[in-house]
Ligand binder design. Structure first.
Ligand code: PLP
Length: 453
């Protein structure tokens, strides 16, 4: 539901009424509790309760004592919910595939307040084409944020703002190609789109194996770059071992190559072992990349590269032909969010929520599907479930889908032709919103238990 910043009560009530009238919320749909929805939408609980009461009075909703609020059975013009029949495709109600945080937790009110303050104080020059690296206010805030939160050695002049890691990777690949590189090595398991971006730039791709110590870095040879997820390998979830961190930086220095550090979820670490950025070991050989896609929401499309000084001009040349600087207003808003401390507070709050969710997932699996082994959960927003020998990844993905839950096969995140190790699936514990989370996990566990896990 879209709720405006002003006249919240009327806006929320109208949006809810429209959703019921148009059939987007179907008859017999159970609405979230007033508390859960208020938290999800960032509005007062009373506002939700009053709107529910009004729509009950109008007949659009029904309140059943003890079992919550529902969309009424006989809403004029609305079609009843279609149940998935045995031949129809299952309705995927819960998306537990990795990649997205709980987007319902996006801090709308705090973001809007930061945008207002930022706009009120920004000089007119902030709205010109501006510095190709991105706004100086954001680059300054990021330099100190990254030093304190991730141990990154960043000077604002070496920071380049981009539209998330995907765009950043495209820019880096283009820049390296222009400098004469022809080969990029990636981890054998990873994000498909990353491989596609590199291949699309006309680079040859090599893969390097991943084990319990992270990616192998002993045979990188003449690659112009290696792309790694050192804090939390995607998707296996292991950190890159200390000796491999040192070795890969040594390799880059000796070969005049580059390590691209994809620190996509480095802010979310739950055990005591702090894993700082690899970049700190070799700021002249590592391009550090961060993003708000996990801390805030992927729709914001903001990320940053901390680039060794010798590569900045090439990276900017590549960025110039990829669309130039990022939107000034979002940059100013993020800078204000960091300056005011609200960004850190939001991350701290999300870390608590995700920690609780991860414990809930682990406990539920131990209880309901003890044959499944869970790993990769010391950090990030997803876990790897290793399956017992009698099950294939596909069988589990299909069974979960039948129960309305989308999860990913480990094989889907594999670049190599042959995948080593036992079958597994990747499960996000960041989605769906709070009010639906335990139901989603209960369904997943029931599906696994049905399969003899
Ligand atoms: C391994 C990995 N890196 C980076 C990202 C973030 O990409 P972006 O910043 O373009 O949203 C993701 C998002 O799912 C990811 O899984």
């Amino acid at each position: 539901l879209e709720v405006g910043a002003t006249r919240v009560r009327a806006g929320f009530e109208n949006a809810l009424r429209t959703a019921v009238q148009t059939g987007r919320l179907r008859p017999q749909t159970r609405l979230p509790s007033t508390r859960a929805l208020a938290v999800d939408l960032g509005i007062a609980r009373n506002t939700v309760a009053e709107a529910y009461a009004q729509l009950v009075a109008e007949g659009w909703l029904t309140a059943r004592t003890g079992s919550g609020t529902w969309v009424s059975d006989r809403v004029p013009g609305a079609r009843p919910a279609r149940r998935a029949g045995p031949t129809g495709p299952p309705r995927l109600r819960y998306d537990l595939t990795p990649g997205t945080p709980d987007i319902s937790s996006f801090p709308r009110t705090v973001w809007a307040a930061a945008a207002r303050r930022a706009l009120a104080h920004a000089p007119s020059e902030a709205f010109g084409y501006g510095d190709e690296r991105g706004g100086s206010t954001l680059r300054q805030e990021l330099a100190s944020y990254l030093a304190r939160a991730r141990g990154v050695r960043a000077d604002p002049v070496n920071i380049v703002i981009c539209a998330g890691f995907i765009e950043g990777l495209g820019i880096i690949t283009r820049a390296l190609k222009n400098r004469g590189a022809t080969v990029v090595t990636i981890e054998e398991a990873g994000h498909r789109l990353h491989r596609d971006v590199i291949a699309d730039a006309g680079m040859r791709i090599r893969t390097t194996p991943v084990d319990a110590d992270g990616a192998h870095v002993d045979r990188l040879g003449d690659s112009g770059a290696v792309v790694l997820t050192p804090a939390h390998q995607f998707p296996y979830g292991v950190p890159l071992a200390p000796e491999r961190r040192r070795a890969v930086v040594r390799w880059a220095a000796e070969q005049a190559a580059v390590v691209v550090e994809d620190d996509y979820d480095g802010e979310f670490r739950y055990d005591r072992q702090a894993i700082g950025a690899l970049q700190t070991l070799g700021p002249d050989h590592v391009i550090y990349a961060g993003t708000v896609s996990k801390t805030l929401a992927p729709g914001v499309r903001l990320g940053w590269l901390v680039v060794p000084p010798r590569l900045v001009a090439d990276v900017l040349a590549a960025k110039r032909v990829c669309g130039g600087p990022h939107g000034a207003i979002d940059q100013l808003t993020l800078a204000e969010l960091i300056r005011s401390g609200a960004y850190d507070r939001h991350i701290r709050q999300r870390r608590l929520v995700y920690r609780r969710r991860r414990e809930h997932l682990a406990t539920s699996l131990r209880r309901r599907a003890p044959a499944v082994r869970i790993s990769g959960m010391a950090a990030g927003l997803h876990a790897v479930l290793t399956l017992p020998a009698h099950l294939t990844e596909q069988a589990v993905v299909v069974k979960a889908a039948t129960a309305g839950v989308a999860i990913a096969a480990l094989g889907d995140h594999h670049h190599g032709r042959r995948r080593p190790g036992p079958a597994g699936v990747v499960v996000s514990y960041a989605t769906p919103p709070d009010h639906d989370y335990s139901r989603a996990i209960a369904r997943l566990c029931a599906a696994l238990a049905d399969l003899g896990c």
